[in-house]
Design a protein around this ligand. Sequence first.
Ligand code: DON
Length: 304
Amino acid sequence: MQDILDKIAEKMALRTERGKVADYIPQLACVDPDQFGMAVVLPDGRQFSAGCADKTFSIQSISKVFTLTMALGKIGDTVWSRVGREPSGDPFNSIVQLEHEAGKPRNPFINAGAIAIVDAIMMSHRPKETLAEVLQFVRFVADDESIFFDEKVAQSELLHRDRNASLAHFMASFGRIKHPVEHVLGVYFHQCAIAMSCTQLASAGQFLVSDGMNLSTGIRVVSPQRARRINSLMLMCGHYDGSGEFAYRVGLPGKSGVGGGILAIAPGNASIAVWSPGLDDIGNSKLGTEALEMLVQHTGWSIF
Ligand code: DON
């Protein structure tokens, strides 16, 4: 495994076409696009990594996997009265479909869906309490207490919130957001601003590899059925309007973030995290996808 990762990292270091870093969140535009990291955790807990796998980056939309898992834990299948589970075929921050579908987002991974999920997990809690819960959950699944919110990224997103604020207010106009919009957005921006390294992220994905169990800690996080369902959503919706392309090229459930990270799950085989800040036109990591494509070719881990 180490040989494969070293080869991939070597190839990626030579790439000149690295995509474009996200700049609609100014703090993300400051990140050096020449970085690349990758980490693989096997079901028995063995870890392998290459490149800057221990450098923290903004996990952004990858956090939506963890908040969806929390929401399912808190309110079970009621989640599906708040968001659908179909691919949207639209960009991650699109508003168009909400108007025709009574303000109900197509899935929990587009921005509108993730904002609705935050509203669901807030219950009767204050924003700070919800934030503490989100961080505690991510630390728990990663088995790492050092994971933190990057306040600069959260503030940057708050200052440039027009699109997400529009989505939230539009949903609220359909009666779909129960808490004050500003509270919901504050939690959402912080969850997106969680900073993690590839090593930490790959560890956090372990429960989705082994039927809901984190085999390293011996703790069951979710039931086998729920793990399968979360993986199915990642496969169909985890890369937005690029989900078909990702399934075609990589063939694994995956969740991307505009920070350039991707968490990919090879059920029964491995949890994989990759990071390269340059994005393709859709907003998914360009080299991250290429690296996963290579990994899967070498390992045969595609689910197809
Ligand atoms: O709300 C946003 O736009 C960002 N915090 C997250 C978007 C994102 O990561 C899309 N993923 N590729």
